[in-house]
Design a protein around this ligand. Structure first.
Ligand SMILES: Nc1nc2c(ncn2[C@@H]2O[C@H](COP(=O)(O)OP(=O)(O)OP(=O)(O)O)[C@@H](O)[C@H]2O)c(=O)[nH]1
Ligand SMILES: [Mg+2]
Length: 265
């Protein structure tokens, strides 16, 4: 059996990861694909996500806080270490489900997730050859050029840390007016438009720095497509699937051989 396609959903706190994982899983299941949802967030509240494999079975943030007398962030760091020790049990639980796609919800504190060695070890252990990071741009931040650049830098950091291919998504696209949505999506592929917006927004002394940063980012990881998606409206979900599928197929837009074609659906 072919190795499942694994998608890590990541992004800043509250970017919409958990809601999107659920929406993509529902979309896949109603379109005939077999998806397994994995919760890697030891601190998620009950009712947040019904996961097929839930890391809280092994490590719970509240228990770690109590046991080690830690605050929420310290407990997240300790939890990542504890999860890393159990990661092969988590991997076995996922493998047992023999699924086509594994959708992984990651902890909200992205800097704790992306910067810690334990998280890198967890991602390395769970990732096969067919893995991708779905990085969410929260429109609350991405709607300004400065916020957009900051999120691009974070995306580059995540890419640099995990060394996995990435698809970039503009989550909660329903909250932006159509003109603003077009503008933000345009910044991803039109460097000149982004420079112009940054220049317009930023006070003079910072323009040089912002433009230098943009040049560095372009050199590091070229601007790619930003795909708008709304989990609450159910729009853009097929695009997310297709973008991940392109990565799994090595750049080609191939469907899994047993999955129904668009005409069959
Ligand atoms: N309008 C709109 N709101 C959304 C959408 N997706 C999520 N939200 C809202 O955004 C908030 C955060 O959503 P979550 O899915 O919990 O975000 P998260 O990234 O998992 O949050 P943490 O795990 O706490 O970092 C909730 O109030 C959701 O209802 C969307 O597509 N559109
Ligand atoms: Mg969440």
């Amino acid at each position: 059996m072919e190795e499942p396609g694994t998608v890590y959903f990541t992004g800043t706190a509250g970017a919409g990861k958990t809601t999107l994982v659920r929406a993509v899983a529902d979309w896949m299941r109603t379109h005939g694909y077999d998806a397994t949802v994995v919760n890697l967030d030891p601190g998620v509240e009950d009712g947040g996500l019904e996961a097929d494999v839930d890391v809280r079975e092994w490590v719970r943030l509240a228990d770690v806080q109590d046991e080690y007398g830690l605050g929420p962030n310290g407990a997240q760091v300790a939890s990542a270490d504890l999860i890393a020790l159990k990661v092969f049990e988590v991997k076995a639980a996922i493998a047992e489900l023999k699924t086509d796609y594994v959708l992984i919800d990651t902890p909200g504190q992205i800097e704790l997730f992306a910067f810690r060695e334990a998280s890198k070890a967890i991602v390395d252990a769970l990732s096969g050859d067919r893995s991708v990071v779905a990085y969410l741009y929260d429109p609350a931040l991405a709607r300004t050029a400065g916020g957009f650049v900051a999120l691009r830098m974070l995306a580059a950091t995540v890419e640099f840390r995990f060394r996995l291919p990435m698809v970039q998504l503009l989550s909660k696209s329903d909250v932006l007016a159509p003109e603003r949505l077009d503008e933000v999506v345009g910044w991803a592929s039109d460097a000149q438009a982004l420079y112009a917006a940054v220049t317009q927004e930023t006070a003079t002394p910072d323009v040089q720095l912002s433009t230098e940063l943009l040049h560095a980012l372009e050199a590091m990881s070229p601007l790619t497509e930003l795909l708008p998606v709304s989990a609450t409206e159910g729009s853009g979900l097929e695009r997310v699937y297709q973008a991940c599928q392109r990565v799994f197929a090595g750049g080609e837009d191939l469907e899994p051989s047993h999955a129904p074609t668009t005409e069959e659906r």
